[in-house]
Design a protein around this ligand. Structure first.
Ligand code: PLP
Length: 398
């Protein structure tokens, strides 16, 4: 009998995409749908990015390119890191790939043998668990419920790291929007120093989307001795409104960057010239679109947070980055809406979508079944009506 590889029995399609697809189908069927489901930025890059892409098209060599990425892109990313307060990296510390997702998957392949332990906080970005499962690694999950503001504590980390191969950390967080303060990062970095055999991946893709002046802080600046085992993952997807261009980066020890280049040489070979040129322009050109969007997202966060905290029983730690809120909606469990029972987050989201035409992602997709994720990047005119639908839904629960 013809069979797929065993690992495919562990691979699942993304839960977020499933909700987004359902919302799209309902909309196509003529229903009035507001989608708070998918985490895509609601803006396009500045005109200089398109100009650079057109220029590159006119001069396209049509040839294979560097497996690491062209020097211009590596240099632009190094400057971008420096502007973000992360200095000391050279081209040999950098590699490029098809988005942060590809880099994370390749890092998993490069670092994890079957059975190796990968530690990460819950709630987590869905793909982390999927990568662990495909690679047959063991995910050691550290629950960080709303009562602890969805943040990992140093003692939790300390207890979890013995025997682990890899610690994966995402700040600002998808799905919670939480951002760690300088002191919190320093305290976690102190713990990491005590566990020298653990690799650390920092998924930094929202590092330019931080509000309230909290700033974006890094383990390697708190404890420079961590530099030989910390790997930073970044991408142009969120910061520059370019998710479909598919450009991601890592910065880390040379051995890791070399491993990524080797993987590229066997998988993708290189990113297209036009895409590389657009990415260079995004990283090196005017940053006004990014800054303006950050201010807009901070304002939207205020709106969403105010609406959520006005609902009796809903608990939502105040997000300070990215474009997500992650309210604990478990006060609704055991109630019903229009005669439909709501026993858990999946039923909540499903009844909400059917009754109010509002799409949110159940928290269980991120490992926390007491909550749901609101992504507030919808068209501006839909945000207030969407939050109103959310409030009305709660008011109508019996
Ligand atoms: C935390 C996190 N990491 C990585 C990614 C993937 O980003 P990219 O588009 O660069 O693959 C996402 C996308 O939603 C994300 O939220």
């Amino acid at each position: 009998m013809l069979k797929l590889a065993t690992r495919m029995s562990r691979a699942k399609p993304s839960a977020i995409m499933l909700i987004a697809d359902k919302a799209r189908q309902l909309r196509a069927a003529g229903k009035d749908i507001i989608s708070f489901s998918i985490g895509v930025p609601n803006f396009l890059p500045g005109p200089h990015v398109y100009a650079a892409a057109r220029e590159a098209l006119d001069h396209d060599s049509g040839q294979y390119g560097s497996n690491r990425g062209p020097d211009a892109l590596l240099d632009a990313f190094i400057r971008h890191l420096e502007e973000g307060g992360l200095g000391g990296y050279t081209r040999s510390n950098i590699a490029t790939g098809i988005g942060a997702k590809h880099m994370l998957y390749n890092l998993g392949e490069a670092l994890l043998d079957p059975g190796d332990v990968m530690v990460f906080p819950v709630p987590y970005w869905t793909t982390y668990l999927d990568i662990a499962e495909i690679l047959d690694a063991k995910a050691r999950l550290l629950p960080c419920p709303s009562e602890q503001n969805y943040k990992l504590t140093p003692s939790q980390l300390d207890a979890a790291l013995p025997g682990a191969k890899l610690f994966l950390f995402n700040n600002p967080s998808n799905p919670t929007g939480m951002v760690y303060s300088r002191e919190e990062i320093a305290a976690l970095a102190d713990v990491l120093v005590r566990h020298p055999d653990v690799w650390v991946i920092c998924d930094d893709i929202y590092n330019r989307m931080v509000f309230d002046g909290v700033g974006y802080h890094k383990f390697v600046n708190a404890r420079p001795e961590l530099r030989d085992r910390v790997i930073h993952v970044d991408s142009i997807s969120k910061t520059y409104g370019m998710p479909g261009w598919r450009v991601g980066f890592i910065a880390g020890p040379e051995s890791i960057a070399t491993a990524m280049v080797t993987m590229n040489s066997n998988h993708i070979t290189n990113l297209p010239e036009v895409v590389n040129a657009a990415a260079v322009a995004a990283l090196s050109g005017p940053q006004d679109v990014t800054r303006a969007k950050n201010a807009e997202f901070a304002e939207r966060r205020n709106q969403v947070y105010a609406a959520l905290t006005a609902i009796p029983g809903v608990v939502c730690p105040r997000p300070q980055g990215a474009f997500y809120a992650f309210p604990n909606i478990s006060c609704a469990f055991g109630k019903s809406h229009g005669g439909k029972p709501i026993r858990n987050d999946v039923e909540f989201c499903s009844v909400l979508l059917e009754a109010k035409g509002l799409a949110c992602v159940p928290g269980s997709a991120f490992g926390d079944p007491l909550a749901l994720r609101i992504s507030y990047t919808c068209p501006a005119e839909q945000l207030a009506p969407g939050m109103q639908r959310f409030q009305d839904f709660f008011a109508e629960l019996t």
